[in-house]
Ligand binder design. Structure first.
Ligand SMILES: NC(=O)C1=CN([C@@H]2O[C@H](COP(=O)(O)OP(=O)(O)OC[C@H]3O[C@@H](n4cnc5c(N)ncnc54)[C@H](OP(=O)(O)O)[C@@H]3O)[C@@H](O)[C@H]2O)C=CC1
Ligand SMILES: O=C(O)C(=O)Cc1c[nH]c2ccccc12
Length: 335
């Protein structure tokens, strides 16, 4: 027997919770299905201690409930989680946990979505459950499944290998040679954190990037209300050049041809919001290396042919979307 509702929301991250809050506020029946055993699992379980929202308060609060006035401009992970706890209680949201959605199809006859979810908490053997709703909301985000590239020889590596989602802080990395692979926001901040804990830190930067300060990014978002994307991007590139200078000699090339917000909008390439990493790169505390080519024992070989020994490798290589695995809508395309 299918469980019937008006709206099925897949994912209990911040977007899924905000959707459920708006629906509950209008007394529209809904069910939130969540694969994990808690809401906002990325924030709760899979992020590092020093994490703060990168964008100023007004850009990050969820629908219908602003952040408390006492919160600072850049909200910490603990504060964000406390806010979400309040939010879930206030809007009486009760996600159904440990439900991994395996398929969602729209039935043209009944005009309803049929969603099949595996109950991961079913004890002996998982059970598949059916949910039926008039509307489906996909709130599984851009960060649902971890991505680690295949690196030749990685299986011969004797040191520790983790994905950025397992990194909490630099305890235990003091004086260790640590390589962070990936120069997105996770990689750049984890490198900064490791260095603060006394790790000998390197970061492998494969592609050109935009680097902005938190203030530049928030100012840019605010300016988008009044100015075009291209104008805002030109201002941001100007400010970034002025503030950070040319980073080529440190191994970081600026992304040319597409401004920071255009790159985000067109190809999901987020600008790096600098939290202090660039200063450490300039001072030599953090070493920038090119793309990783292969691993040979405890040595990592880079694109320039050089190789170095590392005690640990942290793959901050991002995520894969999961939507295409279960959403059966041939006419929709997701990048
Ligand atoms: N405080 C905050 O609000 C924070 C927000 N975030 C956000 O979370 C999201 C995820 O960020 P993040 O975890 O950094 O992931 P991203 O996808 O943003 O970054 C992944 C990085 O890994 C690199 N990479 C991928 N594959 C390879 C490979 N085979 N070899 C070498 N490098 C590779 C990418 O380089 P390339 O471009 O060459 O593919 C890129 O630099 C983003 O939206 C980010 O902005 C993250 C941290 C903090
Ligand atoms: O408001 C948007 O469209 C966003 O994606 C916000 C956002 C998240 N991370 C960022 C990094 C730099 C600039 C904007 C964002």
């Amino acid at each position: 027997m299918a469980t019937e509702t008006a709206v099925i929301v897949v994912g209990a991250g911040p977007s899924g919770l905000a959707t459920a809050a708006c629906l509950n506020n209008l007394s529209i029946p809904n069910i939130v299905l969540e694969r994990e055993d808690c809401f906002a699992s990325l924030w709760k379980k899979y992020s590092y201690d020093r994490l703060h929202l990168h964008l100023a308060k007004p850009f990050c609060q969820l629908a219908l409930k602003p952040f408390p006035d006492s919160y600072p401009t850049f909200v910490s992970r603990a504060q964000f989680l406390a806010y979400l706890d309040d939010y879930v209680a206030h809007f009486k949201i009760s996600p159904v946990y440990k439900r991994s959605v395996e398929s969602a199809e729209y039935d043209q006859e009944t005009k309803r979505w049929r969603v099949m979810a595996r109950n991961l908490g079913g004890g002996n053997g998982d059970v598949t459950e059916e949910f039926s709703g008039r509307f489906l909301v996909v709130a599984t985000g851009e960060t649902s499944d971890v991505f680690v590239p295949e690196v030749p020889g990685l299986d011969t590596y004797g040191g520790e290998v983790i994905h950025s989602t397992r990194y909490k802080n630099g305890k235990g990395y003091e004086n260790k040679n640590v390589l962070v692979v990936g120069s997105g926001n996770s990689g750049m901040e984890i490198a900064f954190d490791l260095s603060n804990y006394g790790a000998k830190t390197s970061v492998a930067v494969r592609s050109p990037i935009h680097v902005l300060s938190r203030e530049m990014a928030s100012m840019g978002l605010f300016a988008l209300k009044y100015l075009s994307l291209n104008t805002v991007d030109s201002i941001l590139v100007f400010l970034s050049k002025l503030w950070y200078g040319d980073l080529t000699k440190y191994g970081i090339k600026r992304l040319e041809g597409e401004g920071p917000f255009t790159a985000k909008t067109n190809s999901g390439k987020y600008p790096v919001i600098d939290v202090g990493t660039i200063r450490k790169i300039k001072s030599g505390e953090i070493q920038v290396l090119p793309a990783v080519e292969s691993v040979r024992g405890n040595e990592v070989v880079f694109k320039d042919g050089k190789s170095y020994q590392f005690d640990s490798i942290i793959f901050a290589t991002g995520f894969k979307r999961s939507t295409n695995n279960w959403l059966q809508v041939p006419m929709l395309h997701f990048y």
